[in-house]
Structures are given as structure tokens and as C-alpha cells.
Design a protein around this ligand. Structure first.
Ligand code: ADP
Length: 432
């Protein structure tokens, strides 16, 4: 029987998913250390969960999958799409969104029995979780205190895990952490200049977007092995944005800190601020912690600066001066963070753009590269590009790449690695 694996990424108002098949011979994979090559069947998302729920799914499958799943796929082709509004009586929170998704998948593609596992992107793993982990009640209890450190994401990851365990209590679920990639950060890139005892309470930089950075490191090792083994700065620019400096594919420095608020301005998040500003606001306006959280996470960044939108496409299309200010500020701050990472690495052999903005906006990439010209960065004369392409001039001191991130494949791979360990007996499963 073909076995499938679901990779989930639950955000504040959306649930993104990718369904993979592992193919036959799963026992061979689980009983060995060989790397499985999961193949995508479909990708999609439910967004607007608390407002106007909307379900999208795009099928992407090979002739082999079409044959295996012919009973479920019916007349769908590899290019078929589903795109429809959902009634808010059906989906109105993460729990109901998860239930809807499982029912839909079981109706469209797979039997519950053929589902091998579900892997979750989890933004914060704290000090404790430095590798993908099989989820059980203890793990859920340990993840709960991290909710205040990633309030846009962490509660929704936990809600999805609980919803699945209610429906499919025996199905293995694996947490794949964004923070885990940064376990190699050297002490300088980890600490804050605060009294030492605070670090004993877990006050430190963690860094995020680790699944994306791992995906980029893997692609770069194939596309540009020389740069991969040297000093690479990756700019993940999307709704959330951060920069990571790597040496030999390992994280050495990153722009996000203890929480995913630090560093670059993002869609609605503020990025780096003077901490004195927060004291000032508290002392002079009496702003409550909840209001402050809402201000910093939901009302700042590109949205706050432009007063128009958090979405880069809308800002680039707008004629309003405030939209231009927001775009220019992101370009300025991204350039500064890239140069700062290059300083930490003492050089930069490659610069990689990824994420929704990094992969798609020639204007943003070009503007950042112009600001970095003094570092020897020179863009080539490359027209509209396909992803996974080198876009620098042959004379450039540093190669510039655009690489599509694929966090879901990393989730699938890490999930399978955990299942291999369970099979080998080095992890003992406990139910949720
Ligand atoms: P997330 O961090 O939620 O995964 P994405 O990586 O998908 O988000 O990035 C979303 C951002 O990418 C949005 O600001 C969106 O406007 C921007 N984006 C997507 N396509 C383009 C494009 N063609 N040009 C400019 N910006 C784009």
C-alpha cells in the first residue's frame, strides 16, 4: 500500500498543508537509515479561518501516483485545482479547520489507514527541543509555556496537534522546529548583554525560519557546492523575514532573537526596536502587555509604516508615498542585516534570496543588491528569472542566488527520520 505523510504549517489565520506519498516499500525505509524521497501529491491551504474561510488545493502528481490513486483522483489531472469558500459554520477555528482538512483528504485521496504520520512546523522549540520530536502529552506540556514567545504561531500549532490526536489518536505526529537549525549559533550570536542569571531562565537568541534555511542549505549544496562550504547569507523575505549567516551550511548568526519579532520589519511585525522605547510607552501611555503585543506583532512593520497593507505586492503597486517608504525601509534594513551577517562571517561567498518577496520581487532584490555594491555584490543582466538561478554578474565578488524555499519537504524528511528512530527502538512512543 502507498503510504502518505502530511506536512502542516499552521499560522495565525491559515493552515497550509502538503500531502506526500512515500511510495511502496515503507518498511524498507523505516527499517534502514536510507533517506526516503517523499513525492508531493497535493499542496493547499485553508485561510481566513476566523473571517472568511477559503479552501484551496492544487494537485501535483506523477503518472505513477495517478495510477495508484486512480480510485480517489477520479477525473482530476495533475493540474486540477479546488478553490472554494467555506461556510463559517463548518470552519471557524483551528480545530474545525483541521477536522475539515482531514475529512477532505480522506474523501479525496487517502484512507486513514494509509496515513503514516503528520509532521508539523513548530516555530519555537525553546532550549529543550533542538531536533524534530515525536509528539506526546509531555511534549505538548513542554511546548505550552513557549506560547508567549511566538503568539502568532505557537498556539495554532498546538491546536492542530490536539485536533488531530482527538480524531486519530494512534497516528504518529512529529514536531519540526524552526529554532532547531540555529543550535549551532556560537555564544556571541546567542547572548544578550543582560545580567547573567537571566540566561539561566532561557533569555537568549534562538533564531527562526530554520526549516527554510535548512531547505536552502540543502539546495545550495547541490547548486553551488563551493559557496555552500563557505560563507553564505540567506535573506528569507516573506510575511515574516529574517537573515541567516551560515558557514558550511550551519547557522552562525541570525537576525531574529528570543522571539520572531526581532530583526527586519515584516508584514505586520516591527523588527528591531530600541528597548527603551517600550519602557517609554509603558511609562507614559499605560499601554497594557496585551495592547503592546498587538501593536508589535499585528499593527507594525510594512502595514504600520504604510497604513495601507502588509502585502508587498499591494505596496509595490500603490502610488502612495507611505507605501514607498515601507518598501524602502525594508530594503534598507535587509541590506544592513545582510552586511552585518557578512561581518559576523568575515566575508560572503554567496547571497541567497528566498521567501515570497525574495523569490518574486526583482525590484526588492535589485534595490538590496545596489545598496550592497560596496561589498562587491553585482547583479548580472538577468531577465525575469525562474527559481534556483544564479543572478549575479560573473565579475561579482559574491554569487547571488534566488532559491525557492521548500519547508514542507524538510518537515517530511525530518518526520521520516523520527519514525526511523522509533522503528529502530531509540525512541519509545507515548500517546498524547
Ligand atoms: P509567509 O511568510 O506567510 O510564508 P510568503 O513567504 O508567502 O509568506 O511571502 C508573502 C509575501 O510575499 C507577501 O508580502 C507577498 O506580497 C509577497 N509576494 C508574493 N509574490 C510577490 C511578487 N510577485 N512580487 C512581490 N512580492 C510578492
Amino acid at each position: 500500500m502507498d503510504r502518505s505523510l502530511l506536512a502542516l504549517n499552521s499560522g495565525s489565520s491559515s493552515l497550509k498543508f502538503t500531502l506526500f506519498t512515500i511510495g511502496n516499500g515503507i518498511d524498507d525505509v523505516l527499517n534502514s537509515e536510507q533517506e526516503a524521497k517523499p513525492e508531493v501529491i497535493a499542496r493547499g491551504q485553508i485561510d481566513g479561518i476566523y473571517t472568511k474561510p477559503h479552501f484551496r488545493i492544487e494537485f501535483a502528481f506523477s503518472a505513477r501516483i495517478a495510477k495508484t490513486y486512480s480510485k480517489f483522483l477520479g477525473n482530476k489531472t495533475a493540474e486540477s485545482k479546488i478553490d472554494r469558500e467555506l461556510a463559517s459554520s463548518v470552519v471557524n477555528d483551528h480545530d474545525s479547520a483541521m477536522t475539515f482538512l482531514l475529512e477532505e483528504l480522506f474523501e479525496q485521496f487517502i484512507t486513514a489507514e494509509s496515513m503514516l504520520a503528520i509532521g508539523h512546523r513548530v516555530v519555537h522549540g525553546g532550549e529543550q527541543f533542538t531536533a524534530a520530536t515525536l509528539i506526546n502529552q509531555e511534549v505538548l506540556d513542554d511546548l505550552e509555556p513557549l506560547v508567549p514567545l511566538a503568539p502568532l504561531h505557537q498556539p495554532h500549532h498546538l491546536a492542530a496537534m490536539r485536533a488531530i490526536s482527538k480524531r486519530l489518536p494512534l497516528l504518529p505526529q512529529v514536531a519540526c522546529f524552526d529554532t532547531a537549525f540555529h543550535r549551532t549559533l556560537p555564544w556571541r550570536a546567542r547572548i544578550y548583554a543582560l545580567p547573567k542569571e537571566l540566561s539561566q531562565h532561557g533569555v537568549r537568541r534562538f533564531g527562526f525560519h530554520g526549516l527554510s534555511f535548512e531547505s536552502i542549505a540543502g539546495r545550495l549544496s547541490v547548486l553551488d557546492p563551493e559557496a555552500y562550504s563557505g560563507r553564505t547569507v540567506v535573506a528569507h523575505l516573506g510575511n515574516g523575514s529574517s537573515v541567516c549567516g551560515m558557514f558550511g551550511g550551519q547557522s552562525q548568526v541570525t537576525s531574529m532573537g528570543m522571539t520572531p519579532l526581532d530583526g527586519l520589519p515584516m508584514g505586520t511585525r516591527c523588527g528591531s526596536l530600541d528597548p527603551g522605547l517600550l519602557l517609554y510607552l509603558q511609562e507614559t501611555t499605560g499601554i497594557t502587555p496585551l495592547e503592546l503585543r498587538n501593536l508589535l506583532y499585528n499593527r507594525s512593520g510594512l502595514l504600520g509604516l504604510s497604513g495601507i497593507s502588509s502585502d508587498m505586492r499591494e505596496l509595490l503597486e500603490s502610488q502612495a508615498p507611505s507605501a514607498r517608504t515601507a518598501v524602502d525601509f525594508l530594503v534598507y534594513r535587509a541590506s544592513c542585516e545582510i552586511a552585518s551577517s557578512a561581518t559576523a562571517l568575515r566575508g560572503m561567498d554567496a547571497l541567497v534570496f528566498t521567501g515570497g518577496i525574495g523569490e518574486n520581487s526583482h525590484f526588492v532584490r535589485k534595490s538590496i543588491c545596489e545598496q550592497l555594491e560596496w561589498l562587491g555584490v553585482r547583479l548580472g543582466n538577468v531577465p525575469e528569472i525562474a527559481s534556483d538561478q544564479c543572478i549575479s554578474d560573473p565579475e561579482s565578488r559574491c554569487r547571488v542566488w534566488v532559491i525557492a524555499t521548500d519547508e514542507e519537504s524538510i518537515i517530511a524528511r525530518q518526520t521520516l527520520q523520527v519514525l526511523q528512530k522509533v522503528q529502530a527502538g531509540s525512541i519509545r512512543p507515548k500517546s498524547i
